[in-house]
Design a protein around this ligand. Structure first.
Ligand code: TYD
Length: 132
């Protein structure tokens, strides 16, 4: 399964903490876009899509949530619950984000500009393209 937990670069001292991601150090791609998901409604599932070109790094910078990662053959669930944990996901993985805590902020970094055409929002289509 093409995902992994990546090492965060942590800088902390008595005044506070800072974590960085930098290409060539702990980020495998050129970061072209960043967005964050917050104020999620309890019980709702986000995502439910795969991306033809986008790779992602996801970090729960506040609170927690679960990520269900599906490669079309099997699935695994990763819980993000600390800013110290960063999840890298390759393209062509079906993802669902759920169980957001009330204060969750999920930060996402990616290698692409937003393009709705690279989204696969139909699971059967994902299975079809993934098996090619
Ligand atoms: P969507 O991808 O469905 O969110 P999630 O993966 O959290 O379920 O995106 C929600 C809306 O936001 C959709 O109308 C597309 C828009 N959007 C952008 O315009 N730019 C972006 O970078 C992203 C991620 C979404």
């Amino acid at each position: 399964m093409n995902y992994k937990l990546i090492e965060t670069k942590f800088f902390g001292d008595e005044t506070g903490h800072l974590i960085s991601f930098e290409k060539g150090s702990n980020c495998p791609f050129d970061i072209k876009r960043s967005f964050y998901i917050f104020d999620t409604i309890p019980g709702k599932i986000r995502g439910q899509h795969a991306n033809r070109n986008s790779e992602f790094i996801l970090i729960a910078i506040s609170g927690s949530c679960k990520i269900r990662i599906d490669d079309g053959k099997t699935y695994e669930i990763v819980e993000l619950n600390t800013p110290h944990k960063a999840l890298y996901m390759d393209k062509m993985l079906w993802k669902e984000m759920y169980d957001f805590s009330y204060n969750a902020i999920l930060l996402v970094l990616t290698n692409t500009l937003y393009d709705e055409n690279e989204y696969i929002r139909d699971y059967q289509e994902f299975l079809k393209e993934g098996s090619k």
